[in-house]
Design a protein around this ligand. Structure first.
Ligand code: GLC
Length: 736
């Protein structure tokens, strides 16, 4: 049976598409909704035209409290409706990993998915779809009809505090995965965003850092991730970002919003601002459609001031109509008016937890397994579990995306900062605890736990045990980047001491970013469990004891050292006081991030260009079985090959197809991928359709594939490629 990975929208797709995807609004649904919206706009009275153009943040945070309407739900945002026209209010919640906990202010909980990196490590769009469908359903059950999800910024700097929320360093992988998540979310008759548009590559100075990049490099990397995500997911809203791009605030960028998004890509939804990202009224004429969380901006621009402009100037009047039309298009395409979301809906947290469990099981990456120290024998007699709050739960990321189950976090370590946002910044451990799950899995073993605070205690336990499992955690949050790649709080020393005490030491990493591993040659087994979500402990135990055969692959390069990066020092990190909202210390403060250093060669592409070897490369991941992928043939944009499970147990394999050269010049880019399940001895033929944009250069004329030889290779990861095969392509230029 040939597994065909079919085209979706206009993009060449490498993703399997399950029938369920059909429930989400299609491009055709959007076109029909747009026509209906135009009729409604014509029926609007002047005063009604500034209702949908702005919203508030219905929360008692911030230094400008605001009157909160009775029908608002405490959460990220509220946009009033227009009852006379049957237009519902928009009730907005964060975010990509589940319905945000918002410091516990609603006294409810939701099912946290594993982090974005964990989900991306599955390389499985169906997992992203299932996760989106689940969190979208929970948002709807709580009365929200907008989920501010779809974070897809490329992980240009792996130290970015929001790396955990995002997906990968590659535009093809990120675009297909975020598109699947958005389709899942929008299959619930709610609106999803895709965010943060665009080139929002760091948290340091996020409200004023100027991302400098050539148009071609942007189009071939960060913008391509958004473009594929929009094609695949049909998000009904785009959230423009805080940062500046080539001198213009992203929410004030006529180029990004009007020329690229609404012009070249012909996108019909509405652009909402990030919260506190609107510098002026002119953003409206530059393409912004809705001012979000307006009390966080210098002024409520998109109300009376906007109405006055529209009254005085026909260009502004037409723009105001278009703003309303776009918001209404999203409302109609999502079916929010005909399928109103009401709070008090039933949520089956057990069933929803299974979605999070499967995502984490598939997202865990087996980084190292010397001597097949894993999987652990279920008859191990004595197991020492050490550190990482493993008795409480699994770590999760901070900031607006923070999601917690019913009852909130099992353990919370506040940052001890002051100010109105303190509730958002604490390390939350939640979900199922690894210790309990390990004890359940190895019921005959004597499983001890030490919290790792004292190395002496940990070493004592490790010496007595058959195997020692050290949980190492590194918290990451919106609003603050990582100083470096080290594990904090002396965990490196703890791991080294335990490894010296017991040769069968396993390290389980719960990190939001790539980390250094100075102890790596002393530790035979390492797994990256990321932030594991509602059933994280169960998933980790399942992989440790082999009930689950790990299949995760790194969606992000783990550097060997910071000096390998395009920017060894993160711009501004050591110059600016940590200011979680990213505001400039003075209006005159400038900060820039020069992305022209690497251009579109983000992550593994940069490492390939510089001949650098990673600690663990993009695409890396081991299994408890073995596979052989071979017989690659490439004919035009069709690649075919066979994958065989050459081991003794079932497992899933992530086939990776890389462009390795074009026109005789080395150029590495992921050109296709597929995750497949194989029984022992089973082999399956695979056909991939290559997205031509991966092979092309972008110019003002559009995309151009130069005629000539193109080489491709199958890869175990970005650094371990099989012998390349070549095909010849004819030159071709086309517009989006
Ligand atoms: C934030 C984030 C954005 C979030 C919004 C609402 O600052 O940048 O991702 O959706 O505000 O909370």
């Amino acid at each position: 049976m040939t597994i065909k990975f079919w085209m979706l929208a206009s993009a060449a797709c490498v993703a399997s598409a399950s029938p369920g995807w059909a429930q989400a609004p299609s491009a055709n649904d959007v076109t029909q909704a747009d026509a209906r919206a135009a009729v409604t706009v014509k029926a609007m009275q002047p005063g009604e035209k500034i209702v949908l153009t702005h919203g508030i943040m219905p929360l008692p945070f911030g230094d400008k409290p605001v009157a909160i309407p009775a029908d608002a739900i405490p959460g990220a945002g509220y946009v009033a409706g227009i009852a006379r026209l049957g237009v519902p209010a928009l009730k907005e919640t964060d975010a990509s990993l589940g319905v945000a906990y918002v410091g516990g202010i609603r006294k409810d909980g939701a099912t946290p998915l594993p982090s974005g990196l964990a989900q991306a490590a599955t390389w499985n769009p169906d997992i992203l779809y299932a996760g989106g469908a689940m969190i979208g359903a929970e948002a709807r059950a709580k009365g929200f009809n907008v989920l501010l999800a779809g974070g897809v910024n490329l992980t240009r700097d792996p130290r970015n505090g929001r790396t955990f929320e995002y997906l990968s360093e590659d535009p093809l992988l990120s675009g297909h995965l975020v598109g699947a998540a958005i389709r899942g979310i929008q299959s619930n008759h709610i609106i999803s965003t895709i965010k943060h548009y665009a080139l929002n590559g760091q948290e340091t100075g996020r409200k004023f850092v100027n991302s400098e990049i050539s148009e071609a490099a942007a189009r071939e990397s960060d913008l391509l991730a958004f473009q594929i995500g929009i094609e695949q997911g049909q998000p009904l809203s785009v959230m423009c970002s805080y940062n500046v791009v080539n001198g213009a605030h992203a929410c004030d960028s006529d180029h990004l919003l009007n020329t690229v998004l609404k012009g070249d890509w012909r996108w019909k939804g509405f652009v909402m601002s990030d919260w506190g990202a609107v510098p002026s009224l002119d953003t409206a004429i530059h393409g912004l459609d809705q001012q979000s969380g307006a009390q966080l901006d210098p002024k409520l621009f998109f109300a009376d001031d906007l109405a006055a402009k529209a009254k005085a100037d026909p260009q502004w009047a037409a723009r105001l109509d278009d703003m309303n039309r776009r918001v209404l298009t999203a409302i109609y395409a999502a079916g929010i008016d005909k399928n109103p979301a009401t709070s008090g809906g039933k949520i089956d947290f057990v069933k929803d937890g299974e979605v999070a469990l499967e995502a984490e099981k598939q997202g865990i990456v087996l980084l190292k397994n010397d001597g097949n120290v894993l999987p652990l024998a279920k008859n191990a007699k004595r197991i020492a579990v050490i550190g990482g709050f493993a008795a409480a739960g699994v770590l999760s990321g901070g900031g607006s995306s923070q999601t917690d189950p019913e009852g909130g976090p099992k353990a919370s370590v506040p940052l001890g900062i002051d100010g109105p946002w303190a509730a958002f910044f604490a390390q939350h451990y939640h979900g199922t605890a690894p210790l309990a799950a390990i004890r359940a899995m190895a019921s005959k073993a004597d499983v001890t736990f030490r919290d790792g605070a004292f190395i002496s205690e940990a070493v004592d336990q490790a010496k007595r045990a058959d195997v020692a499992i050290v949980f190492a955690t590194k918290w990451s949050t919106e609003g603050k980047d990582q100083a470096d790649f080290t594990l904090p709080n002396g965990q490196d020393a703890l791991i080294a001491a335990v490894a010296a005490a017991n040769p069968h030491t396993i390290v389980v990493l719960e990190t939001g970013n790539p980390v250094d591993m100075p102890w790596l040659d002393k530790v035979p087994g390492v797994i990256e469990a990321w932030y594991g979500g509602a059933r994280g402990g169960d998933a980790i135990a399942s992989v440790l004891f082999g009930e689950t055969n790990p299949s995760g692959r790194l969606p992000i390069t783990f550097p060997a050292r910071a000096s390998q990066l395009p920017r060894p020092v993160l711009d501004g990190y050591w110059d600016l006081e940590t200011n979680f909202m990213g505001d400039p210390p003075t209006p005159a403060t400038k900060l820039s991030a020069n992305y022209n250093i690497e251009g579109s060669d983000v992550g593994y592409r940069w490492f390939a260009r510089k001949g650098e070897k990673a600690l663990f490369p993009f695409g890396h991941g081991l299994s408890y079985t073995s596979f052989a992928a071979d017989g690659l043939k490439v004919d035009g944009l069709k690649a075919s090959f066979t994958v065989k499970n050459t081991g003794a147990r079932a497992g899933a394999y992530v086939a990776q197809l890389y462009l390795t050269a074009r026109g005789g010049e080395a150029r590495e880019r992921l050109a296709g991928f597929a995750r497949i399940m194989l029984q022992p001895g089973e082999s399956k033929p695979i056909t991939l359709t290559i997205d031509p944009r991966i092979l092309a250069d972008w110019t003002e004329k559009g995309w151009t594939i130069k005629g000539g030889p193109y080489s491709f290779a199958l890869g175990e990861d970005a650094e371990h490629l099989a012998a390349p095969v070549s095909t010849t392509l004819k030159s071709k230029t086309w517009k989006d």
